[in-house]
Ligand binder design. Structure first.
Ligand SMILES: [Zn+2]
Ligand SMILES: [Zn+2]
Length: 157
C-alpha cells in the first residue's frame, strides 16, 4: 500500500504545509490554524487533494536547478580541459555528466501537481496523468488573474 504525501500552500496564509493525503481529511494549517478540507481518501488520485481540481500534471521529482547546475559544471570542466588539449578527459567529463543526468532522471520518482493551486502529490501511481501542458497552465493563470482582479474590485467596494 502506497502512502501519498502532499505538499500544498495554505489558501489563507500561502505558507507551505505537508501532509499525508490518504489519512486525514481535515487538516489544520500549521502556520495560521486555517482549516482545510482535504479530498484525498484513496491511494489512487482522481483530483487535487487540497482543492479538488481534476486537472493535474506529472513531472519528474527532480529540481531543475540541479540539472542545470550539473550541466553548467560539466561545460566549465570541459572547457578547462579542452584549452589544455586534454580532449579525452574533457569528453569523458561531458559524456559522464550526461550519463549521470540520465541515471538521476531514471531513478527519481514522479510528482503530480495541481494546475490550480500547485499542490504536489507524491507516492502515488502517476502514469495516468499527462505531462505539463502550457495551454492548460495558461488557462489557470488567466483564471487566477481574473479572480485576483475581482477580489481587488470587491475590496474597493
Ligand atoms: Zn495558513
Ligand atoms: Zn489543487
Amino acid at each position: 500500500m502506497m502512502n501519498m504525501r502532499i505538499r500544498f500552500a495554505c489558501p489563507e496564509c500561502d505558507k507551505t504545509n505537508v501532509g499525508e493525503g490518504t489519512s486525514a481529511t481535515e487538516f489544520r494549517c500549521v502556520h495560521c490554524g486555517h482549516e482545510i478540507q482535504l479530498q484525498g481518501k484513496s491511494a489512487s488520485l482522481d483530483c487535487c487533494s487540497a482543492c479538488g481540481n481534476i486537472e493535474l500534471y506529472r513531472k519528474k521529482d527532480f529540481p531543475q536547478w540541479l540539472g542545470m547546475g550539473l550541466l553548467a559544471l560539466a561545460c566549465l570542466l570541459f572547457y578547462l580541459f579542452a584549452i589544455q588539449y586534454r580532449y579525452a578527459i574533457a569528453w569523458s567529463i561531458l559524456l559522464g555528466s550526461a550519463a549521470i543526468d540520465g541515471i538521476i532522471y531514471y531513478i527519481v520518482g514522479d510528482v503530480v501537481v495541481c494546475y490550480r493551486c500547485g499542490c504536489e502529490h507524491r507516492g502515488i501511481p502517476s502514469r495516468t496523468f499527462d505531462p505539463h501542458s502550457l495551454a492548460t497552465a495558461e488557462k489557470y493563470r488567466q483564471e487566477r488573474l481574473r479572480r485576483e482582479k475581482l477580489r481587488a474590485e470587491s475590496a474597493k467596494g
